[in-house]
Design a protein around this ligand. Sequence first.
Ligand code: AKB
Length: 325
Amino acid sequence: MSEKILVIGANGQIGTELVNALRNIHGAEQVIASDINSPAQAIRHSGPFEFVNVLDKANLHHIFTKHQPTQVYLLAAILSAVGEQKPKMAWDLNMTGLIHVLDFAVEFKTKKVFWPSSIAVFGPHSPKEDTPQYCVMDPNTVYGFSKLAGERWCEYYYTKYGLDVRSIRYPGLIGWRAAPGGGTTDYAVHIFHEALRKGSYESFLSAGTALPMMYMDDAIRATITLMDAPPETLSIRSSYNLAGISFTPEQLAGEIKKIISNFEISYSESDPRQAIADSWPKSIDDSYARQDWGWESAYDLPAMTEDMLRNLKNVMEVKDKGERL
Ligand code: AKB
């Protein structure tokens, strides 16, 4: 039987890339992109689109009834930095939205649900280096504890209702196709844009702040690999640790400098995102993902930097040309 896949929050940094990757695999008509806002340029012409507000139960129920999805990817969320500015809204969207989707997935017998968690589930007392799957978790951001609570709900629906929910604790994601949306790791995308536009960047995180990161191509491949894995191979139904590359702003700037030799980085003195970054792991132990579904990242720091700069440069040249015409 062919799949009918609903992607909720399709306009975001992951959604825009995932929708097109899924359309390439399953066919354009099988993948319904949906978002609360009008479709992003990247997904507008590649297949069907629906307006969906995950907090509006009647609207969401209508979409499940209309499309009877066999798989749902719920990507709508408020990330760490914006979550601290709008804590109640972040909790509501991240939690109530998830429970609505889990409930409808049970009601409509959806075969599989994907929901993203994050390294933000860890907190100041979690081990910083090679943070293990199971350890002390005391997240101190609304985003972080909404993700931790969400993980518990996912496991609960799996155990209690047999719902096949799968999840990854994403590190900071870096891609050239879409902008990041209000996270603490966003500097690692902005830096590339400004390196090409201005030759300089002021980082809101300090020079030595190491964080777990991942190139988007790896993240999309990980997501699809996890969703394709036979259910009996999965030992974790909360969310899998996933590791890509760990680096500091200084190390990333050094790598960019190898390609743009006059690139300069400076560091802002005080930014609220620094405290969030300081509470998170520096690197992640992802041995469960490796053992259970054969995960292996492909991009290291030099490969990611080279690919980012090359693709972003092309995109900017095409855009500038378009604006001049
Ligand atoms: C954020 O910075 O909030 C996100 C994340 C690590 O989950 N990119």
